[in-house]
Design a protein around this ligand. Structure first.
Ligand SMILES: [Zn+2]
Length: 389
């Protein structure tokens, strides 16, 4: 079974990449790739997003407008059909088979304040990617409730014949089930945390002979999502933004909410830090070696800016390749010790961060080892990559 995830308008590359990495990461267990019963096809936004980014969300609107209710004309969101026709365009342009589910991620508001919906064919769905901060605290990265919704649309698309049937079957009272309507959007927290499918809804899947292995795979993946939503609520609340900016001719990490502090890092340490920032799913310490090419690519971003003249040919120099190889040498049969191997580099980066923040509690910024995976738990909404402007 394959599902297409498309990056629609107003969805930042960062959010899209974070979601993509998480969905691909759930196919692995303990660093080993398991045979995927569910595969994903990702389509990046090919449009010029331009000034569309300034569409503002009305924060106070936390109530869904039911289908039987009239929509207030002053509501500026788009109608559902607008999103469905975008999905149909994507299907045509990318020759996606007619029986394959598309989940369009979109940052554009809809006029009913829904977090997502599906058309009558049960093959075109959309998920709204903005505004999760109306529902979740700042400690919850919005990619997680978005991923929760992606998995749920895969289930819902396979529970019903059409969207009328789906709408008639939603729970108007909160059951802690994926089919809860959540008229008050804040109730979404209840269902993502309980992460359950009630017996009635499970029966729909059974009646339609939904494959058990795919179902189990989705339930397991949802557990990982739930874990990320729960864990983050234990964090601190006064986190501030971290930005990657182009200053002084180099790319630097800056903390605007902390006196515009520049986090001064060596290029290979910047590479490591950036790498974990764009992998919110976390990477096993033994798996980092599999990302060597990505690390070379990131290293190039940081070294090109700093050594323009050396890097004119766009190739990494041998010493640069060697410094990445040292970082990932964990299971290559070579033993590197000291600050230039991965754990040494991570200790150094964390040490610099602690010094900058004057030993305040800054766990969200550090690269932490959690159950054998290196991960930065910072809410990705707070990481802004401003180097392209
Ligand atoms: Zn249910």
């Amino acid at each position: 079974m394959r599902v297409t995830i498309a990056q629609g308008r107003l969805v930042s590359d960062q959010v899209f990449e974070g979601i993509k990495n998480f969905l691909l990461g759930t196919i692995e267990t303990k660093g080993k790739r398991i045979k995927p019963v569910l595969t994903f096809n990702f389509i990046n936004n090919q449009e010029d997003q331009g000034e569309e980014y300034d569409v503002q969300l009305i924060d106070e609107e936390i109530r869904k407008i039911r289908l039987e209710e009239k929509v207030d004309k002053s509501n500026t969101g788009k109608e559902f059909d607008y999103f469905f026709s975008r999905g149909q365009d994507i299907r045509q342009t990318h020759s996606i088979p007619n029986n394959e589910l598309i989940v369009l991620l979109t940052g554009e508001r809809n006029n009913r304040n829904f977090l997502g919906y599906i058309d009558d064919s049960m093959l075109n769905s959309f998920v709204y990617t903005n505004g999760w901060n109306r529902i979740y605290s700042n400690n919850v990265d919005s990619i997680f409730p978005i991923i929760y919704e992606i998995y749920c649309w895969i289930l819902r698309a396979n529970m019903f014949d059409n969207s009328t049937e789906l709408y008639q079957s939603v729970h108007k009272d909160n059951e802690g089930c994926a089919m809860d309507f959540c008229e008050d959007l804040r109730d979404h927290k209840q269902k993502s945390r309980s992460n359950d499918i009630c017996e009635i809804c499970n029966d729909f899947l059974i009646k339609r002979a939904f494959r058990e292995d795919i179902k189990q795979y989705i339930y397991n993946s949802l557990d990982k999502v739930r874990h990320s939503i729960l864990r983050r609520n234990n964090g601190r609340t006064d986190v501030t933004n971290i930005e990657l900016k182009y200053v002084d001719g180099t790319r630097q990490f800056i903390v605007p909410g902390y006196n515009d502090q520049i986090i001064k890092l060596e290029p290979q340490w910047k590479t490591i830090y950036y790498f974990f920032l764009i992998h919110p799913e976390g990477i096993g310490n033994k798996d980092v070696v599999n990302y060597r090419n990505e690390l070379y690519r990131i290293y190039k971003i940081f070294s090109v800016r700093e050594r323009e003249e050396i890097n004119e040919d766009d190739e990494l120099k041998e010493f640069e390749i060697e410094s990445i190889n040292r970082l990932v040498a964990y299971n290559q049969g070579k033993v590197y010790t000291g600050k230039n191997n991965l754990s040494g580099a991570i200790t150094s980066v964390n040490g610099i961060l602690k010094t900058i923040f004057n030993n305040h509690i800054i766990d969200d910024y550090l690269i932490k080892n959690r159950k054998g995976k290196y991960v930065i738990s910072l809410n990705r909404d707070f990481f802004i990559d401003n180097t392209n402007v």
